[in-house]
Design a protein around this ligand. Sequence first.
Ligand code: MN
Length: 249
Amino acid sequence: MTARIIVSGVTRSWQGQQRAAVNVAYVAAIIAAGAIPLIASPLIGDTRVGDVLDGADGLLLTGGEDVDPALYRQTPSPLLGATDRARDLFEIALFSEAHRRGIPVLAICRGIQVVNVALGGTLWQDLASERPGPVEHATAGARDARTHAVRVQHGTRVAEAVGTTQLAVNSFHHQAIRDLAPGLVAAAWAPDGLVEAVESAEKEPWLLGIQWHPEEMHADATAPDRGLFAALVREAVSARGRSTADSLR
Ligand code: MN
């Protein structure tokens, strides 16, 4: 069975036209892991996420804009970046419904932030000014450049997926988790203590959040980060098996 993974899309202006899009790296990483990516546009709207998820085996939440701080009851910082309210509401509803249905979720960069907000946590709106430290999280070089270390908690699903407790990661994020939401546990940290990965506190439903960009490593067959996509697809296949078994009862 081939898993079908919903990939959250974006709206972008390109050559004077509005486009429904997503970075190729996310799509390529899902294909490399043996699944079929299906891009879901935020234009679908937050009331129709159930229709998006019908027949889907997994969900990948992708990177992008800052999350609107009103969604975690804070006033906007002057240093807040661009936001997209429609995308925020679509992805929060999409995640919440997927989580409720027990559909496995991998949430990357903005995705880990959306998940944290959806479950009641808060974010650093502008990491550099609000939490200055020795680690540069908003680098501007090559997207696959591994610029800071991450320590992964032994025994977590993140550690199992990447196959190590020490790795170097790429880093280009403006925001990050401030207060961790109930229901989430931190699974990896940068050397400055910033949370770089989370997972669900309970075994089910399966949920991993990653602050760095593992999708940018998809071309390297030996990259430990590829294990995150392999884990999502494995969980998606097994969740489909369970729901099929339920429907046959
Ligand atoms: Mn980082």
